[in-house]
Write a protein that binds this ligand. Structure first.
Ligand code: SAM
Length: 292
């Protein structure tokens, strides 16, 4: 087996060899602890029959662990300066494809077909750039890609909001947008010391396993997300007040909103943070005829 990229000594050697300087604006905090990488990969449950997608390979610390554990790795890296470094550090592996592209602009579905073959699934495993964690996760889920799930490092505070249960202060529209498609679980809390340079915030690894079908069945998915976002617009307001102020022509349709809440069995004085996904599903379906 090759010497790990993710030791402090080897990482420093590589950075010096290429005169690489970190770009804070790209969320560049590289992992320098092989144990953490082993743990991340084992939480992903990869076998040699599985494909992996990585976002932001950096100098290849996680990429090489994915190459060892899986069939094929496809990694999207935005920073052009890292391409020659990756070509060097990952030269021992013949099952890695690096794509120089902004993940948010990539046609991931097409790239998956091209890289892994028609009908092949993959697991997303990454130490995400923290300035864009939620857009990346939402893109991966809402684009209906053939992915089994995501195991990703991100800010601890965001991980907790994603996995939050109803009735907690972390629970909100982000929890719902993600739990609608996946079972979410925080699997590791990670100290700052495993990164170079160390980030300003605490980190965690979250595992999101795609559900066979969404957590609730709703008539109109887009409207369901509109209702959940509207319900949390101002956290201290009641669900009724949020919906009347946020939904299109909500003020004029207050009576219809009250009737829909009643139909869904939800007290108008409750706050959004107390509603389960099922309750939001019933509410969205009850409201739908009045707003379409
Ligand atoms: N995987 C490496 C590791 O764990 O050491 C690096 C992780 S670092 C937190 C995030 C990486 O994402 C950086 O290499 C950065 O250049 C890259 N990146 C930032 N924004 C990106 C984007 N929009 N698309 C693809 N890669 C991006």
């Amino acid at each position: 087996q090759n010497k790990d990229i993710a030791t402090p000594i080897r990482t420093r050697e590589i950075l010096e060899k290429y005169g690489f300087s970190f770009k804070k604006s790209l969320g560049q905090n590289f992992l320098i602890d092989p144990n953490i990488l082993n743990n991340i990969v084992s939480h992903a449950g990869l076998t040699k029959n599985d494909n992996a997608i990585e976002v932001g390979p950096g100098i290849g610390a996680l990429t090489e662990h994915l190459a060892r554990a899986s069939k094929k790795v496809m990694a999207f890296e935005l920073d052009q300066r890292l391409l020659p470094i990756l070509a060097d550090t990952l030269s021992p592996y013949d099952n890695v494809r690096i794509i120089h592209q902004d993940i948010l602009e990539a046609d991931v579905k097409e790239m998956m077909k091209e890289t892994f073959g028609e009908g092949e699934e993959a697991m997303v495993v990454a130490n995400l750039p923290y300035y864009v964690t939620t857009p990346i996760i939402l893109k991966m889920l809402h684009d209906h890609l053939p992915i089994k799930g995501l195991v990703v490092m991100l800010q601890k505070e965001v991980a907790e909001r994603i996995a939050a249960k109803p009735g907690t202060k972390e629970y909100g529209s982000l929890s719902i947008a993600i739990q609608y498609f996946t079972n979410a679980e925080v699997v590791m809390i990670v100290p700052k010391t495993v990164f170079m340079p160390q980030p300003n915030v605490d980190s965690a690894v979250i595992r999101l396993l795609r559900r066979e079908k969404p957590a609730v069945e709703v008539e109109n998915e887009a409207f369901f997300f509109t209702v959940t976002r509207s319900s949390f617009a101002q956290r201290r307001k009641t669900i009724l007040n949020n919906l009347t102020s946020q939904l299109p022509e909500g003020k004029a349709k207050k009576e219809e909103i009250i009737a829909s809440l009643e139909q869904a069995g939800i007290e108008p004085t409750r706050r959004g943070e107390t509603l389960s996904l099922e309750e939001f599903g019933r509410l969205a379906d009850a409201l739908l005829p009045h707003f379409h």
